[in-house]
Ligand binder design. Structure first.
Ligand code: AMP
Ligand code: MG
Length: 359
């Protein structure tokens, strides 16, 4: 979930929704979640476009094909994702995950099938990334001010205390009974690094069930490009933001049958005591990852694109190489920059084509 969500009453929610919609329209004016750009010059069949708010961001479904199928798929995707959001939204005190987070230190808490599904995927992500991806980072997110503003930098002791509440080894998962139990009070799970990728795969499956093979599912920057390219095109063109100038496209990727996710230090960030704080935390140090600006991963699975963009952001080149060894079809673009000199960027490409020089 890219933008901060807070437990706010319904009247305020309407205002918040309006604000989000306004931001979304602005984003669209800039070109969409990942600055999706359309270069279509030729007239072609118009796609069916459906938009809705989800995960506090703006979703855009674009399908070419039968109108009935596109409408039915879009309705089903929106419904299913909204139901998922109600289950996993840590900023909604009424959600199933919020109730689990509040009580799982007292006793094992049974999970619904939906909640268990994403917990299970997150556990696999933790294993695949040697712990770089960790949904138990909640207490560190809280410490750094992502669940309520803080005024000063956390002390070493506060960081150490929060780190003592993080780690999947401190959580008992009972697969048979589908329960979760925390070792200590204060622990909590945060699905911000996986929710949209997980949701993309749900969206893709629904589209496929409705016979749609041509189109794009954009969940505010996490994008699935379906197998068949748009009419008259070889592929879908997705723009990658310049992390130092986020209203600008740094370069574009040509994709089909792939999902793309970008983890960026510019997504949720602020200054604290004059220091740049952002939302991707290294569970080992307990601090926002220094020097990385953004990581984009394109790969057939929405889930993998999301967990590995986060994990490569945390661990860098080693994790990119490790991932590509297991998934040679994937592409990774890594952009690092020091917070003091954000304009001085180093770009590393793994399987990611070098753009053609502009004529
Ligand atoms: P993404 O934009 O997909 O990289 O996800 C970033 C979000 O994931 C943050 O806003 C947090 O909610 C959460 N998060 C931060 N650090 C981690 C981490 N090391 N592992 C898993 N989730 C994280
Ligand atoms: Mg992610």
């Amino acid at each position: 979930m890219d933008m901060e969500q807070r437990g706010i009453p319904t009247s305020a929610k309407t205002q918040a929704a309006r604000a989000v919609l306004a931001c979304a329209i602005l984003l669209l004016a800039l070109g969409g979640g990942q600055l999706l750009r359309r270069f279509d010059q030729r007239p072609g069949p118009e796609p069916h476009v459906h938009e809705f708010l989800i995960f506090n961001t703006y979703a855009r479904l674009t399908f070419w094909g039968a109108e009935d199928a596109a409408k039915a798929a879009a309705g089903e995707i929106a419904g299913e994702l909204k139901t998922l959001e109600k289950v996993i939204n840590t900023y909604d005190p009424e959600s199933e995950i919020s109730r689990l987070n509040e009580t799982a230190h007292l006793e094992p808490v049974p999970c619904s099938e939906r909640l268990w599904g994403i917990i299970d995927a997150s556990r696999q992500a933790h294993e695949l990334t040697a712990g770089a991806f960790d949904i138990s980072v909640g207490p560190l997110m809280k410490l750094w001010g992502f669940y309520g503003k803080r005024q000063a930098m956390p002390s070493e002791q506060e960081i150490a205390e929060a780190r003592d509440l993080v780690g999947l080894h401190r959580i008992a998962f009972d697969r048979e009974a589908r329960t979760v139990r925390f070792e200590r009070a204060g622990m909590f799970l945060d699905f911000g690094g996986i929710a949209k990728g997980y949701a993309l795969d749900i969206g893709k499956a629904i589209a496929a069930r409705h016979g749609l093979t041509c189109g794009m599912i954009d969940l505010g920057g996490n994008i699935a490009c379906l197998e068949t390219p748009p009419p008259g095109k070889q592929a879908y063109t997705v723009g990658i933001r310049n992390p130092a100038r986020t209203d600008q496209v740094l370069e574009t990727a040509e994709l089909r049958g792939m999902c793309i996710a970008t983890s960026g230090n510019y997504e949720r960030c602020f200054l604290l005591d004059g220091q740049f704080i952002h939302h991707i935390i290294d569970p080992q140090t307990g601090r926002p990852v220094p020097a990385m600006a953004s990581v984009s991963v394109a790969t057939p699975s929405g889930l993998a694109s999301d967990i590995f963009s986060t994990a490569i952001f945390v661990r860098g080149r080693d994790m990119a190489e490790r991932y590509l060894a297991s998934e040679p079809a994937a592409r990774v673009l890594m952009i690092s920059a020091s917070p003091q000199h954000p304009e001085e960027m180093t770009i590393e490409r793994f399987n990611w084509p070098v753009p053609e020089p502009r004529k």
